[in-house]
Design a protein around this ligand. Structure first.
Ligand SMILES: Nc1nc2c(c(=O)[nH]1)N[C@H]1C(S)=C(S)[C@@H](COP(=O)(O)OP(=O)(O)OC[C@H]3O[C@@H](n4cnc5c(=O)[nH]c(N)nc54)[C@H](O)[C@@H]3O)O[C@H]1N2
Ligand SMILES: Nc1nc2c(c(=O)[nH]1)N[C@H]1C(S)=C(S)[C@@H](COP(=O)(O)OP(=O)(O)OC[C@H]3O[C@@H](n4cnc5c(=O)[nH]c(N)nc54)[C@H](O)[C@@H]3O)O[C@H]1N2
Ligand code: SF4
Ligand SMILES: [Mo]
Length: 708
């Protein structure tokens, strides 16, 4: 008799990154045989990237944990029932809390939680029930300069202008054609980016990119400015100066909504085009052309990504970039269509009014390390996490719970971060793989992966350009030993004797764990299209027939504050620092590649490059007498790594670039051909941190390279 094979093709969407690409999953005997783009998905129209097409390999990876693990006395990770693991972790956490208080327990949430509807609500409900201030996330080693800028400058209650309706767009330090980052972060269309960009340019948009590298995105720009890495603040100051000098700003908007215009004018006065050229390397005429294109346009914003938010003056740079939007009044006005999609969440029209700066970090809780206030309402900056663990003190972090993140790889100064993680009394991570963090952990909770979970797109609507929604069923059977991430947080809370509350619902000890689908459905209660109906559209549904969400008139007289005293002081410091010659000849900048999502994917043979080369301009390679394929040493003020050299004429001479989150635990990866190179070892979390958000410098890092 022939063996019976059970083959079905199921619709779903990929949850590795913000692309949320629609996929068709061929399932054979409970395993993924193939993943293709779903052409009938109205969001992604068949597009996928290599990671999504290999998502099956990630589900069936030989090193995946299919049951939870517990560290034995001999140091091995032995399988343990998840219920037992959660009970043991709860008992140990309770003992720590009873002796040292809730602030001795910290948690860290990473990027593989961002596309799951339920993880954040349950993780933060756990935080509220416990009462710890020690919530850390990747947000604060990413683009928290945006939060700082909004709270020092003010923000617009009506949100951002729409890319599609704009006649200029200035994008700094982002490569969305690879990273798929956009939407609420930078306004760039996440979905159909290349097509929408072409259409916008055909309609007359001037697309300006500021990036030291000729990226996939920069190659399509009408104007590409290539500053010396890390000189963004000076460049934006120069753009502001030129726009104000030419009178291209929106004087009426400024009179109605803006304070400090004259202070800003004075503060940037020294940033003449010639001075900017001397500091940033951007030709004065290019600066003038960009200022003209931006300043004389009707609509369109200046926005940024990681490259502009990880530099040596990241908070100031982001502030000055946002100030371009403020002085030119580039916000949707009453009656304009609001940006972002709205289908499963309620419409959030916003108002044509300023939400004034509130500087929440100035009041309330302050961290022992560095004296930082809370960010985003409930977080502390990850830049201080290692010292919150290492430095003795009453509320020292003794236990850390990680979910969907890999802090042993992603935090600057990897060796010291690992020293901190090793010194914990208890380290628990929810992770499907033996990540660097999992290999240090006392307990590893094995989670269900995306294709084993139902979900919907409600939390991601601010990334969409239209009113789109999708529900996915679980398309693979859930392995018996795993739990969903949200369920871990709920069961941990219950085992600690706590009641978790979300909205009007509450789950206390002994209450049954609810069904994931039921909870997911309850998260659609403000939907413009009932989730039951969305579920009838397996490819997702786009509703162009709905009333567009329109920005309402403002009833608030808050004002932007362009140049508060601390901002003015930073501008002065920037002018002074610009004259200090750099200590090392090269600048290492960040880069993202299609084949990996941070540490995810780098160990999948069919997917990612085996190692992580440093990309160097051919002229610099020649000057160093290094050929492509040679191993080089890269040295910064903070560390030294070895990497293979690759020739790359998309970086400017003097600039080198590599991606992050490669490598392994220190001591295991001296040969860069083994696991690749982790540039986090060249970074610091003790020096050069930004005020307020303790953001480390992660790009534009001064390095020296020599042949190994
Ligand atoms: N494939 C893939 N996609 C991802 C990720 C991934 O790892 N892989 N990660 C996800 C995450 S966590 C994030 S936060 C987003 C990030 O999304 P993006 O911010 O778009 O990230 P990058 O593609 O690295 O683009 C950063 C750009 O900044 C430039 N840059 C570097 N230094 C400077 C500088 O000093 N000034 C200026 N002006 N530019 C500079 C770099 O050359 C690079 O092109 O991507 C997400 N998407
Ligand atoms: N040098 C340098 N360092 C950087 C950056 C840089 O550009 N340069 N970028 C920074 C930025 S922007 C970010 S966001 C951080 C990224 O930092 P992280 O988010 O901490 O890094 P990831 O590798 O994405 O961690 C995801 C972890 O989740 C696990 N995982 C995968 N699927 C699941 C799942 O379904 N459930 C759970 N619970 N876990 C899962 C993976 O195995 C992995 O260990 O790195 C930062 N660090
Ligand atoms: S990882 Fe690739 S396929 Fe998956 S959502 Fe992102 S861009 Fe789409
Ligand atoms: Mo990120």
């Amino acid at each position: 008799m022939l063996p019976l094979t059970d083959v079905t093709v199921r619709t779903s969407y990929c949850r590795i990154c913000s692309g949320l690409c629609g996929i068709l999953v061929t399932v054979e005997d409970g395993r993924v045989a193939r993943i293709q783009g779903d052409r009938d998905n109205p969001l992604s129209s068949g597009f996928t990237c290599p990671k999504g097409r290999h998502w099956g390999d990630l589900h069936h990876a030989p090193d995946r944990f299919l049951s939870s693990r517990r560290r034995t006395a001999a140091g091995e990770l032995e399988p343990v029932d998840v219920g037992v693991a959660i009970d043991e972790v709860a008992t140990r956490l309770r003992a720590i809390v009873d002796e040292h208080g809730p602030d001795a327990v910290a948690f860290f949430v990473g990027t593989q939680s961002y596309t799951s509807t339920l993880t954040f609500p349950f993780a933060t409900a756990w935080q509220r029930a416990l009462g710890t201030h020690k919530y850390f996330s990747t947000n604060t080693i990413d683009q928290s300069a945006k939060f700082v800028a909004a709270e020092r400058l003010g923000s617009w209650r009506g949100g951002r202008q729409r890319f599609e309706d704009s006649d200029v767009w200035l994008l700094a330090g982002s490569n969305p054609l690879v990273s798929m980052q956009g939407g609420e972060v930078s306004g760039f269309p996440v979905h159909g980016g290349p097509r929408r960009l072409r259409e916008a340019q055909d309609n007359g948009m001037t697309f300006i990119v500021i990036d030291p590298r000729r990226t996939e995105t920069a190659a399509r720009a009408d104007l590409h400015l290539r500053p010396v890495p890390g000189t963004d603040a000076m460049l934006y100051a120069g753009l502001l100066r030129e726009i104000l000098a030419q009178g291209w700003h929106d004087a009426q908007f400024c009179a109605e909504h803006v304070d400090g215009l004259d202070d800003l004018r004075i503060a940037v006065e020294a940033a003449t085009p010639e001075r900017v050229e001397a500091v940033t390397g951007v030709p004065a005429d290019d600066l003038r052309a960009a200022a003209r294109a931006f300043g004389t346009a009707e609509r369109g914003m200046a926005t940024s990504g990681t490259g502009a938010n990880m530099g040596p003056e990241s908070n100031l740079a982001e502030h000055l970039l946002q100030a371009l939007n403020v002085v030119c009044g580039r916000f949707p006005r009453a009656g304009d269509r609001a940006a972002g999609g709205s289908l499963l969440g309620g419409p959030k029209p916003g108002q044509a009014a300023v939400r004034p700066p509130s500087r929440p970090w100035d009041s309330g809780f302050r961290s022992r390390v560095g004296g930082h206030g809370m960010l985003y309402g409930n977080q502390l900056p990850t830049g201080i996490l290692p010292d919150e663990i290492l430095q003795p003190g009453a509320d020292r972090v003794r236990a850390l719970i990680v979910c969907g993140g890999n802090p042993a790889s992603c935090i600057p100064d990897q060796a010291r971060s690992i020293e901190a993680l090793r010194s914990l009394e208890l380290l628990v991570t929810v992770d499907p793989y033996p990540s660097e963090t999992a290999r240090l952990a006392d307990y590893v909770i094995a989670p269900a992966l995306g294709l084993e979970r139902a979900d919907h797109t409600r939390p991601n609507e601010s990334w969409f350009s239209e009113d789109f929604g999708q529900w996915t069923d679980a398309v693979l059977p859930r392995p018996p030993g795993v739990v969903e991430d949200w369920e871990f947080w709920l069961r941990l809370g219950q085992a600690m004797g706590m009641t978790l509350r979300i909205g009007s619902r509450a789950w206390g000890p002994g209450d049954p764990v609810p069904d994931a689908e039921e909870v997911l459905m309850s998260f659609g209660n403000r939907a413009r299209m009932p989730l039951e109906e969305v579920r009838e559209h397996p490819h997702g549904v786009r509703r162009d027939d709905l009333e567009p969400v329109i920005v309402l008139p403002g009833d608030d007289d808050g004002r932007f504050v362009l140049c508060a005293p601390d901002v003015a002081a930073q501008i002065e410091a920037m002018h002074r620092a610009a004259d200090t010659p750099p200590g090392r000849p090269l600048r290492l900048i960040v880069r993202r590649i299609k084949e990996t999502m941070n540490t995810l994917g780098r160990r999948v043979d069919a997917l990612a490059p085996a190692h992580n080369p440093v990309h160097v301009h051919p002229d610099d390679l020649a000057a160093l007498a290094v050929s492509p394929g040679h191993v080089v040493e890269i040295e910064s003020d903070h560390g030294l790594v070895r990497a293979y050299a690759a020739a790359d004429d998309t970086v400017s001479p003097g600039v080198v670039s590599m991606t992050h989150c490669y490598g392994d635990l220190p001591g295991h990866d001296d040969d860069p051909g083994l696991y690749g190179t982790n540039p986090a070892r060249l970074l610091s979390h003790t020096t050069g941190l930004q005020e307020i958000n303790a953001m480390p410098q992660m790009t534009a890092v001064a390095v020296t390279i020599r042949r190994a």
